[in-house]
Ligand binder design. Structure first.
Ligand code: SAH
Length: 216
């Protein structure tokens, strides 16, 4: 588990890129990403490229999102310290780590056992502790722990998971990519009242699909 000066230097360059080229302005997001050692969340063969704006394969045919996507989704979520956040799609745990670094109380769900196991281990090793980590189906959310201040979905859903909107507090926000398997549009829903939502659109992305059942 090494985080050397070379890693830190490359990480700082990535943060400058996210700020200057991608246009991320929330310093809370940039500072958190400057702390989390992304190279420890991916296979060692990719280590040299960990601080480039690239996605990489992780276990179970899934991918770790581009750093720019993580930064954009996190910025859209408008995270405040101490907020309860439900994350759907823990994956390797990198996005989870960024949210925990921001002192959010993170509840995260992953449907692939290998990734659930991997993320549990690495987050524990880095002492970045989610409030609750679940192996299960994200479409159901985590009703026991609802309501949440924010919901972040890191996989592309073909249909809007309405159960997740129900588990949001009034005033809360959900960031979610919606669309077919090949590409999705990133949306932010703000819960205005128990039945009303404001919907904003933030361009085209390509996420791995949010899958409906556990047979994959
Ligand atoms: N935030 C992750 C991104 C991982 S990719 C990271 O930083 O690495 C999205 C993840 O969503 C995958 O791990 C995939 O297995 C998971 N996923 C897909 N459908 C899901 C579902 N219905 N419930 C929970 N997780 C799901």
């Amino acid at each position: 588990m090494r985080d050397t000066y070379v890693h830190k230097g490359k990480r700082k360059q990535l943060i400058d890129y996210l700020h200057q080229k991608i246009g991320i302005t929330d310093s809370f997001v940039l500072d958190a990403m400057n702390e989390v050692p992304r190279h420890l969340f991916i296979e060692s063969v990719f280590e040299d490229y960990a601080y480039e704006d690239r996605a990489f394969p992780i276990a179970a045919k899934q991918t770790i999102s581009h750093p720019s996507t993580v930064a954009e989704q996190t910025e859209l979520l408008e995270v405040n310290e101490g907020e309860k956040i439900l994350e759907i799609g823990t994956g390797c745990g990198y996005q989870t780590a960024v949210l925990i670094q921001m002192k959010a109380l993170v509840y995260t769900v992953e449907r692939q056992k290998d990734l659930y196991n991997f993320s549990t281990k690495i987050l524990r090793e880095l002492n970045l502790r989610p409030k609750f980590q679940s192996f299960g189906d994200g479409f159901a959310g985590l009703p026991t722990f609802a309501p949440f201040d924010k919901v972040l979905v890191t996989c592309g859903a073909e249909i809007l998971p309405t159960e997740l909107l129900k588990q949001l507090k009034v005033g809360g926000k959900m960031v979610i990519p919606l669309g077919k398997t090949d590409e999705q549009i990133l949306y932010r829903f703000t819960k205005i009242s128990e039945t009303q939502f404001e919907k904003e659109e933030f361009g085209v992305y390509k996420f791995v699909p949010m899958l409906q059942n556990k047979s994959h």
